[in-house]
Design a protein around this ligand. Structure first.
Ligand code: PXP
Length: 239
């Protein structure tokens, strides 16, 4: 049985659009836990465009499931992770100009760097996951660098538009999952998964955890919109 961990970054994105205090990703994380989420994920980006240091600290203090901190393997952020002590760190590549994480970590390009960062995080008692493209060599390299888990990037699958491309991308994910399972890594997956494209994953019971954010926030806006309007109508109707 697979688990869901909810990424609350885009609750913070909405907050930052106004530069005020709501909606609060910390409150959303509590609600996600009440709804059954088995973990909370946030990405403390170097530019702090959504989640900030205050959010991370309060999430660490308040969530009762498992805190997964997504982050670049950059010195400042590694220091914050070690100080904060999330249950899990997911190492991701990060580019300032990107709208969201665009691809997996190129572990093969800088194995010594990722091995060093992983060792420091693990010494601090933090589990480490590597976010990688569905490429068996990257999965194997993650293990060699000390990763406990690989999160297989599903973004290319989510972006595929024709059925043949979808099948091709899904097959790549399947092979990467198989590689990870065979060498004993924990397996999670995510990026771009939504209420439609996630259904195909029933065929891959080896995946232990799903990391999903944007589609949940997008759906919350839609399923909650009518109620929110009704509540405001009630407030103003007798003015
Ligand atoms: N996994 C990783 C490594 C990510 O960077 C993201 C996006 O922050 C997700 C999962 C969740 O992706 P989405 O918001 O598209 O569900």
């Amino acid at each position: 049985m697979a688990r869901l961990s909810v990424n609350v970054d885009h609750v913070a994105t909405i907050r930052e659009a106004r530069g005020i205090q709501e909606p609060d990703p910390v409150l959303a994380a509590g609600l996600a836990e009440l709804a059954g989420s088995e973990g909370i994920i946030c990405h403390l980006r170097e530019d702090r465009r959504h989640i900030n240091d205050r959010d991370l600290m309060l999430l660490r203090q308040t969530i009762k499931t498992k805190l997964n901190m997504e982050m670049a393997a950059a010195e400042e952020i590694v220091g914050i992770a070690i100080e904060t002590g999330p249950d899990l760190v997911t190492l991701v590549p990060e580019k300032r100009e990107e709208l969201t994480t665009e691809g997996g970590l190129d572990v093969l390009a800088r194995p010594d760097h990722f091995r060093g960062v992983t060792e420091r995080l693990k010494e601090a008692g933090i589990q480490v996951s590597f976010f990688v493209d569905p490429v068996p060599d990257q999965v194997r390299a993650a293990l060699e660098c000390g990763a406990d888990i690989v999160e297989i990037h599903t973004g290319h699958y989510a972006d595929a538009s024709s059925e043949s491309e979808i099948v091709e991308q899904f097959n790549r994910i399947e092979k990467a999952v198989e590689t990870g399972v065979n060498i004993g890594l924990g397996i999670s997956t995510g990026h771009g998964l939504n209420y439609v494209n996630v259904k195909r994953f029933k065929a891959l019971p080896e995946i232990e955890e799903y990391s999903i954010g944007h589609s949940i926030v997008a759906r919350a806006v839609m399923v909650g919109f009518e109620r929110a309007v009704r509540e405001m109508v009630e407030l103003v109707k007798d003015f």
